[in-house]
Ligand binder design. Sequence first.
Ligand SMILES: C[S@@+](CC[C@H](N)C(=O)[O-])C[C@H]1O[C@@H](n2cnc3c(N)ncnc32)[C@H](O)[C@@H]1O
Length: 277
Amino acid sequence: MNYKHAFHAGNHTEVFKHSVLCLLLAHLRQKPKPFAVLDTHAGAGSYDLLSVESEKTGEARDGIARVIDKDVPAASLFLNLVRHLNPRGLRFYPGSPAIVQSFLGEDDRLIACELREDDAASLRTNFKNDSRTSVHCRDGYEAIGAFIPLVMRRGLVFIDPPFEQPEEFQRIADALNFGIKKWPTGILDLVKLDTGAANPALNRNVVHPLVVNWPSNERQAEIVQRIESIATEAKLLESLYERKLAEITDLKQSILQKAFSGELSLRPSQAVKEAAE
Ligand SMILES: C[S@@+](CC[C@H](N)C(=O)[O-])C[C@H]1O[C@@H](n2cnc3c(N)ncnc32)[C@H](O)[C@@H]1O
């Protein structure tokens, strides 16, 4: 395998895919229930933009360096994370497993797979004190077969391959089909951003055979009806709550009036006792 991610860390496609990753993770965090993430092509975890590899390509200069000080609302979660890592100027860039780690709660889990031994070793070192994470030096597509469905119902499979092997698209299509079938409640995110001779584009032949489990039209209509009836119920509850709140305010007002005009002579505990009798 020729690809080494340190040469490309922080380039413009990275900023885009990591901003989307943050949005997906923020979505998972909205609910208190735990979630799990499988990062199939994890890389080394974090990168030094002053390293020989990064300096050689200079890709980060046209990526993260151009937006780190900008106000980009859709990317704000990600940009804040990078700013937090770099209080004294841009140098360190988080890879996908480090980004996932920053969103994990106590009961959430991350499984990170990386085929290169040197990058897997860096990952292990980075995560050795975090019992919520596990690192595997193994093929990411095989890992989908081995770990899906993940232990939790909710979660994400982040698939971010280097697209070096000619048979890679078939493996991706197989993995997606398997994942969708075995873990319908999970999110599967395939990253394919750049094109070119060395990076063939995703085309109809690849996408067409994917089986996506849309509910039938009848089921969709049922779901919409259910949501509408819950919304009506919620509106009724809201107006009931507002009415009760207004009544309580009136009651409070009249008690205060009575108290000031001397009509309230009993202490509350005495009144309760008498009412019980
Ligand atoms: C685009 S990089 C991943 C970057 C990482 N996901 C991130 O966002 O920071 C692709 C990584 O996949 C690794 N890799 C290549 N083929 C693999 C395979 N079959 N299984 C697991 N990892 C693989 C490469 O060594 C490389 O580190």
